[in-house]
Design a protein around this ligand. Structure first.
Ligand SMILES: O=C1O[C@H](COP(=O)(O)O)[C@@H](O)[C@H](O)[C@H]1O
Length: 266
């Protein structure tokens, strides 16, 4: 199976999805730490991403991870003031980050709109690109990676009802970026309109990309992305990992998949 070929797992409910994804992520992080000394994970915002983080905060998964050797990055951020309840960073802190012994130097938040770059979202995006580049290490044994992006172990993505991933929305210019690794997003159709997002080339540098979707409002997006939706029309169809692309769904989100794509319940 080529790494870009999506693997699909369907769980009974959104809670089971969150718990299974958290257990899987804990195992993957532990394996990476064992193999390479440390691990890196890219977080997503949104309901399923936050449910996964809350599940990670509970034992036994929480205790299986060496939090001091984990780098945490974000796939996108809503460009709002520090501490705003709608910031993905604020929500991740509440769900998990403030409850585990992470090394603060390894928590790589995107800048808020009242941070060092003020309201200049382009400058904030560029600063994040610089931070990514300074953490990038090319390992020749690993095959093609991106020279300006760390080889993330797992990059998590929620899938919006319109098929957006990170802050890459259908038909939006940010989706067509081929050079930069991080961009400022203007005029997003989902509030807030100003955001920061990893681009497709940065997302595709991850070893594993996991897409999370639960609920019936995601069913048509999931079906479109997995049954030949074009990359511009369906951003979720455009992402893949270098070694694995995994779709983690609940039954409701998988409901419109054709039978041949619908695996037995996990
Ligand atoms: O705004 C965002 O939404 C998406 C999807 O969120 P969901 O609540 O519909 O699952 C999320 O992946 C993204 O990180 C976030 O900024």
């Amino acid at each position: 199976m080529s790494p870009g070929t999506p693997q699909i797992l369907v769980h009974q409910s959104k809670d089971e999805l969150a718990e299974a994804a958290a257990a899987r992520l804990g195992a993957r992080v532990a394996e990476a730490q064992e193999a390479r000394g440390s691990a890196s994970v890219v977080l997503t915002g949104g309901r399923n991403g936050n449910a996964l983080l809350a599940a990670l905060a509970a034992p036994p998964v929480r205790d299986a991870i060496d939090w001091s050797r984990l780098d945490v990055w974000w796939g996108d951020e809503r460009f709002l003031p520090e501490g705003d309840a709608e910031r993905n960073h604020t929500q991740a802190r509440e769900a998990l980050l403030d409850t585990v012994p992470l090394d603060p130097a390894r928590v790589h938040a995107m800048a808020p709109s009242d941070g060092p770059y003020g309201a200049d979202v382009e400058a904030a995006a560029e600063a994040y690109a610089t931070e990514l580049a300074s953490a990038a290490r090319l390992d020749p044994a690993e095959g093609p990676a991106h020279p300006l992006v760390p080889a993330f172990d797992v990059l998590l993505l929620g899938v919006g009802p319109d098929t957006h991933v990170a802050s890459l929305f259908p038909e939006h210019p940010a989706l067509q970026e081929t050079e930069r690794t991080v961009v400022g997003v203007h005029g997003a159709p989902k509030p807030p309109p100003t955001r920061i997002s990893l681009t497709l080339p940065a997302i595709r540098a991850a070893r594993e990309v996991w897409l999370l979707a639960a609920g019936e409002d995601k069913a048509s997006a999931v079906a479109l992305a997995l049954t030949g939706g074009g990359e511009l029309q369906a951003p979720a169809a455009a992402v893949h990992g270098r070694s694995r692309t995994l779709w983690l769904l609940d039954r409701a989100a998988a409901a419109q998949l054709p039978e041949d794509l619908h695996p037995p319940l996990s």
